[in-house]
Design a protein around this ligand. Structure first.
Ligand SMILES: [Zn+2]
Length: 332
């Protein structure tokens, strides 16, 4: 069985029609968008200070608004960030990239470098989610979850693949390799984006051929569906849950690696490949923008963090200080 991270490449989408704009005008527009974005983030931070104290057990109308604002901020941040990811619809419109293309090579090196860290973060995220959704309470359920975490550790390699283009995939019977399209490798320009996509694929491997994580996938999908009114069943539940683990892994990666960059910028990178113009879905996947919506609906505090800004305050302070990591998922 082959599991893919995005299914749209083969769905015969129509080509994108973009408004013609001179390069100078395009740069000017992007700068203007980024200035407005910075000002609006500063305003949002003042509003969020009160909001962040509300209960997280329910999903309110104001949470829904927060989620929508976070989607907008994420996709604007993508434009303003030199390391912002290329959206997958733009990747799809590009010609194939050779394995020895410099951007594909640097993407492959980034993926190989981050694979060991991401394996550990995925194990921790799966255990955390299993606890959150009440699937870690008995010895049997703990044994099942721990077996999925162990499976993740068998993945040792990222293999660049020209024909996979803007997809990454794993073969569950032989879970040692993640096949990664060269366009996708080149289009994810940050560590945060790469961690989120690697974690997605590793979660497929964790569930394995016997679908061990299916109860967790169903529980996550049910909560997301209740909060967004999206239809999230079958393979869509698995794909969304893999993305949920991806976001958690990226968030933890950010917490554990020092950076001078603002937190919202780093957080946005976990979502930016979904900032498409052509927002179509298929049977197995929510549309890319619905995916961002569901992910923020599942983690409203994260949407709040994304809307907070360090501009004018902690802009020159590291996002986080490195901390000592536990190596065992059972310590989580
Ligand atoms: Zn997938």
């Amino acid at each position: 069985m082959k599991t893919r991270i995005q299914g749209e490449a083969e769905s015969g989408r129509t080509a994108l029609h973009r408004v013609a704009m001179s390069p100078r005008l395009r740069v000017f527009s992007a700068i203007l968008i980024c200035i407005i974005h910075a000002a609006s983030l500063a305003q949002t931070q003042r509003r969020n200070d009160a909001h962040s104290k509300s209960s997280r057990d329910t999903f309110t109308a104001s949470d829904r608004k927060l989620v929508e604002r976070a989607i907008g901020a994420t996709c604007t941040e993508r434009i303003c960030d030199p390391q912002g990811s290329m959206p997958i619809d733009e990747m799809q419109s590009r010609p194939s990239l050779a394995v020895n293309n410099p951007d594909a090579i640097s993407g492959a090196q980034r993926a190989e470098r981050l694979l060991p860290t991401t394996r550990r973060l995925v194990g921790e995220a799966i255990v955390k989610l299993a606890k959150e959704y009440g699937l870690y309470g008995t010895a049997l359920s703990r044994a099942k979850i721990n077996a999925t975490v162990a499976r993740v550790q068998s993945v040792k390699r990222v293999k660049p693949d020209v024909d996979a283009r803007d997809n990454a995939s794993v073969v569950l019977r032989e879970p040692r390799t993640i096949e990664f399209g060269t366009i996708f490798l080149a289009g994810l320009r940050s560590d945060e984006a790469m961690v989120s996509v690697l974690a997605h694929e590793l979660t497929h491997i964790a569930s394995g051929p016997s679908d061990t994580l299916r109860p967790l996938f169903r529980a996550i999908a049910q909560r997301a569906a209740a909060r967004t009114n999206l239809r999230i069943q079958g393979q869509r539940a698995e794909e969304l849950s893999c993305d949920r683990v991806g976001v958690m892994a990226a968030r933890e990666f950010i917490a554990q690696t020092a950076s001078w960059e603002p937190l919202p910028r780093r957080l946005a990178r976990a979502f930016e490949h979904n900032c498409v113009d052509d927002d179509s879905s298929d049977e197995d996947h929510l549309s890319p923008r619905s995916t961002i919506r569901a992910l923020f609906a599942l983690d409203v505090p994260l949407a709040g963090e994304l809307l907070n800004t360090t501009i004018g305050r902690n802009r020159f302070a590291p996002t986080a200080f490195p901390i000592t990591l536990t190596s065992s998922a059972s310590d989580f």
